[in-house]
Structure formats: C-alpha cells, structure tokens
Ligand binder design. Structure first.
Ligand SMILES: [Fe+2]
Length: 206
C-alpha cells in the first residue's frame, strides 16, 4: 500500500495555495486508485492463476494501473522539484547546469527545448531525463501520465502541464505564464540530488 506524501509548498510565486490544495487532492486520488487496483489484481491472483473468464477484467485493471501508477509517481517528482523561495536559474556551477550545457550546447538551449515541450497542445508532462549510462540529459513529452516515459531513464525535472496545474491561476491559453511561474519556483538542489543518484546496477537473475 502506498501512502500519499506530504509537501509543504504554500507561498509559491504565481502558483496559488488554492491550486496546490486542489492538486494535492488529485495526487491523493492517484495514490488511492493505485492501491485499489493493486488490491483487485492481487485478488484475481490469489488462486495462483488468471482464469480465461478473468482475463477481460484483469487486462483492464492492468491498463489502468499504468495510468494511475505514473500519475502517482510523476506528481511526487513534480511537487518534489518545487519549493518556496526557489529560483528560475540553476547555479552555473551546479551539476544540472553543467549537464544541460554538455547535453544541449548551452543551458539556454536546454531551457528552450523544455519550455517548448511544455507549450505543446495536449494533456501531459514535460520531463527532463538523465540517461543513467551516459549521464546525458534529454527532454520528453509525456501524454497522459504513461505514454512516452523512457524506460530506465532518471527523471530529474518534471513539469505538469495538465490544465488542472494552472487553471485556477491562468486561462487555458496562458500556459506560458504558468511555465514561467513553474520556473520561478524550481528547487534546483532537489534536481541536483536526483542527478547525483548513482546509476542502477544491472540486474542479474540468480
Ligand atoms: Fe497534475
């Protein structure tokens, strides 16, 4: 069973407490639904097999699990890379600034790409990942929560661009203003900590 994490983010610039409270409730819904789906799946598995007549229900539960599970995890990354008193630009000596410059030619080009993804029409996320084998950064568009995630890559900066992330503060056409506000509140030290995570060891079956 997963438990919803608590985030103390009130007083952000350009993202209201009202938005955050609504967003935390949505996140808690993903945690609850992930737990519900896992409970239903384990019930089906209790007799040690998936019977043919159980297959349609089992398939639908598994499909929904990808959506709810990623919805839960991505919101934890998103809230985890924001803080009150954050700053728009990382320190030029930070690991992130160096990795962005090495991967994109300059940090500004990295930001133009990340922001460009954030402005894409549709429902989803802009995510900067680190390739755990080379350390290289790349930015990706994620539809819904589960389509477009790069397997095994490490999310280092995660931006929610579903309308619920900003609709109480900005008009639907003002996504760019929300993206500016997101940048003003980034916790770059949290981003750096994610980068410094060691690459996972290859798994060898016994
Ligand atoms: Fe969200």
């Amino acid at each position: 069973m997963y438990k919803a994490k608590q985030f103390n983010l009130s007083g952000l610039q350009g993202i209201s407490d009202q938005t955050l409270e609504m967003h935390f409730k949505l996140y808690e819904g993903y945690v609850k639904e992930t737990n519900n789906l896992q409970a239903k799946i384990s019930q089906i598995l209790q007799d040690g097999k998936v019977d043919q007549e159980e297959m349609p229900a089992y398939s639908e539960l598994k499909r929904r699990l990808g959506f709810e599970y990623n919805g839960m995890v991505l919101h934890e990354y998103y809230f985890g890379n924001l803080k009150k008193g954050g700053s728009g630009k990382p320190d030029s000596k930070s690991s992130f600034a160096k990795a962005a410059a090495a991967s994109f030619g300059s940090r500004d080009i990295w930001q133009a790409d990340f922001t460009g993804i954030g402005k894409m029409r549709g429902v989803g996320w802009a995510i900067c990942y680190q390739d755990p084998t080379t350390g290289q950064l790349s930015n990706h568009w994620i539809s819904l929560h589960e389509i477009g995630n790069v397997a095994g890559y490490n999310p280092v900066l995660v931006m929610d661009v579903w309308e619920h992330a900003f609709i109480l503060d900005y008009k639907p056409a003002e996504r760019a203003k929300y993206i500016e506000a997101f940048f003003a509140n980034i916790d770059w030290s949290a981003v750096d900590e994610r980068l410094q995570r060691p690459a996972p060891r290859a798994f060898h079956a016994a």
